[in-house]
Write a protein that binds this ligand. Sequence first.
Ligand code: CA
Length: 242
Amino acid sequence: MLGMKRGASSGDAWDEGVVKLLIVEDEKKIAAFVRKGLEAQGFVVEVANHGDEGFLLATTRPYDVAILDIMLPGKDGLSILRNLRDRKSPLPVILLTARSELNERLEGLNLGADDYLTKPFHIEELTARIHAVTRRAAGTSQSILAVADLKMNLLTRKVTRGGPAIELTAREFSLLEHLMRSPGRVLTRVEICERVWDYNFDPGTNLVEVYIQRLRKKVDGDFPKKLIETIRGVGYCIKADA
Ligand code: CA
């Protein structure tokens, strides 16, 4: 069954930067859980529960990354990968493997898988692998975002300001990433909810404010120059020329 759901509002400039994922996983609970988690990170996600359908989608639709389970009805994950590489498809592939599937994992890497993840895994781990794989595919030019002395490495997920590393949760990282991708541009609360939490409405709570406060503490802290700005009644932005 093919499921589609929007990951970001269509028609705005953001769409160009949205990463489109194909998940081929026959265990529907896992597929649903992974989809939900990845959509919350701002990815556009499509799911196939059958290997043949997965292969068809992978060869006919423009994904940025395919996440393939190995044991599948129809074409198994390794066959999908092999057939993609036979066709010279450059589509980055992350394999989901069971702990016992060591041989399959090695075979997968030999066949040209870009990475693998052993089940069970945290969504944050998968997200980090997806980011790493897409950056690698796009070259390294886009792997570092910088605003003043604040730097974010999208490959290593490391954030620093003037030297020392700043520890961020996945959600805080995502929020900061969205601010840093367009310095000087004000993001409304609704936009932030949509991109960071995948709510397409303002939940009317102070969720965003709470996260902005946490980010401020970590990013601006004692620095005399404050980078995160509140535009009263509108939203938030990170200063372009601080
Ligand atoms: Ca399976």
